[in-house]
Design a protein around this ligand. Structure first.
Ligand SMILES: NC(=O)c1ccc[n+]([C@@H]2O[C@H](COP(=O)([O-])OP(=O)(O)OC[C@H]3O[C@@H](n4cnc5c(N)ncnc54)[C@H](OP(=O)(O)O)[C@@H]3O)[C@@H](O)[C@H]2O)c1
Length: 363
């Protein structure tokens, strides 16, 4: 493998250290190299803290020379945000070679960072490890370019295609459920239908601790969202509403803000499947800066999502239980998926459960 590729792969690996904390910003990692050696590294951990390039420059103990190369998985910013522009810091540092995987799709940057570097005489190459870099920031890219989040649906399904179990709440095993916690932790928000709140009373919080997540910053719980068309859920009855983290109740009746429990009630229009999901996705991107939305739907909500072609990712845990006639069947829309519309990205075993990650091709 060419050393340039392994340097960029390291930058991407560093970027991913921010996956549980960096939202709504993109994940960015940076390495500074000379010859075959990495001299310094950095990654962006949280909005408001230093960007990856600044940390790598601060961590560099050697005086900058013209043989050094900086690798970054995303174009450096050129505007004053919560922190100063990285392009200017790179120019001021004296670094003369920069390799970037992808341009920042944000219109306030988009090519302007590269232009600023080139106008100062820096050699800039764009495109190395482009698909890996786009993949890790697919939520951010979706929010900025499509104005909706990346939408992931997770469901646990028995081998007789049921999503509920009359005797026991859980279909999946303990290991699979721990894995789900990592998906939750990576998500900016988690959305469910009202019936799941009524039947399961889920907390929808992240139960992993900082050590399990491998983070130094404060643990972040995703925003919790429910679809409650007629405002029928009692906010004093369900665990979903507990705590002061942000909650959103999409409904068809009223928009108002309850401050004690930090709940935003947002009124949206209805269509024949229920609340208008396209509108909800746009609001989540625009008003709440949600990059990655995880949905844990029952039968009805999964039918709406699948039949309206709203999914980017589908994560199914197939579990070796036969539930029989008492369970709710998985959405029949799942049977209509075919290889032209989805591809399998990965398969992993958790004891006897199997997790299959699908990617939708046609959205
Ligand atoms: N196996 C799994 O992974 C898994 C995951 C989640 C849930 N579940 C199970 O699923 C069961 C609930 O499933 P469910 O099918 O009855 O309900 P659901 O999918 O959890 O929620 C559906 C409800 O959401 C509201 N809604 C609003 N807009 C909607 C829209 N556009 N499309 C669909 N729904 C919309 C409607 O209620 P309103 O009219 O009140 O708004 C609708 O009845 C629970 O027993 C739970 O245990 C299983």
């Amino acid at each position: 493998m060419k050393p340039q590729i392994s340097f960029m792969e390291r930058a991407i690996e560093l970027a991913e250290k921010g996956m549980f904390t960096v939202t709504p910003n993109p994940m960015v990692g940076c390495v500074i190299t000379q010859g075959k050696n990495i001299l310094s590294e950095g990654y962006h951990a949280k909005a408001g803290l230093d960007h990856a390039e600044i940390i790598a420059l601060k961590n560099l103990t050697k005086k900058v020379n013209s043989n050094m190369v900086m690798y970054i998985n995303l174009e450096p910013c050129c505007h004053q945000g919560k922190t100063g522009p990285c392009a200017k810091a790179i120019i001021d540092s004296g670094i003369k070679n920069v390799v970037i995987s992808i341009l920042d799709p944000n219109p306030i940057v988009k090519g302007k960072g590269v232009k600023a570097l080139r106008s100062s005489g820096i050699n800039v190459n764009v495109g190395l490890c482009k698909s890996e870099a786009s993949h890790i920031n697919k939520g951010f890219i979706s929010r900025i370019t499509k104005k909706i989040p990346n939408v992931l649906m997770k469901q646990a399904i028995s081998i007789d295609y049921k999503i509920t179990n009359a005797k026991n709440k859980w279909i999946s095993n303990k290991e699979s459920r721990k894995d789900v916690q990592f998906i939750r932790a990576k998500s900016c928000a988690i959305l469910v239908g009202s019936q799941t709140i009524i039947k399961d009373n889920p907390k929808l919080t992240v139960r992993l601790n900082k050590k399990e997540l491998g983070i130094f910053e404060k643990k972040r719980n995703p925003i919790r969202i429910v679809l409650d068309t007629n405002l029928e859920l009692d906010i004093d009855k369900y665990d979903f509403f507990n705590g002061t983290e942000k909650k959103i109740v999409f409904n068809s009746i009223s928009t108002n803000f309850e401050t004690k429990k930090n709940i935003d009630f947002i009124k949206v229009k209805k269509n024949k499947s229920g609340l208008n999901l396209n509108l909800i996705l746009s609001i989540l991107a625009k008003k709440y800066e949600i990059n990655n939305l995880m949905i844990e739907p029952g039968e009805k909500l999964s039918t709406s999502l699948l039949s309206n072609n709203l999914l980017d990712d589908l994560v199914l845990y197939l579990c070796p239980q036969i539930i029989g006639k008492f369970g709710i069947p998985a959405s029949s829309a799942i049977n209509n998926l075919n290889s032209n519309s989805i591809k399998i990205e990965s398969i992993k075993k958790f004891s006897n459960d199997v997790r299959i990650n699908y990617k939708f091709l046609s959205k």
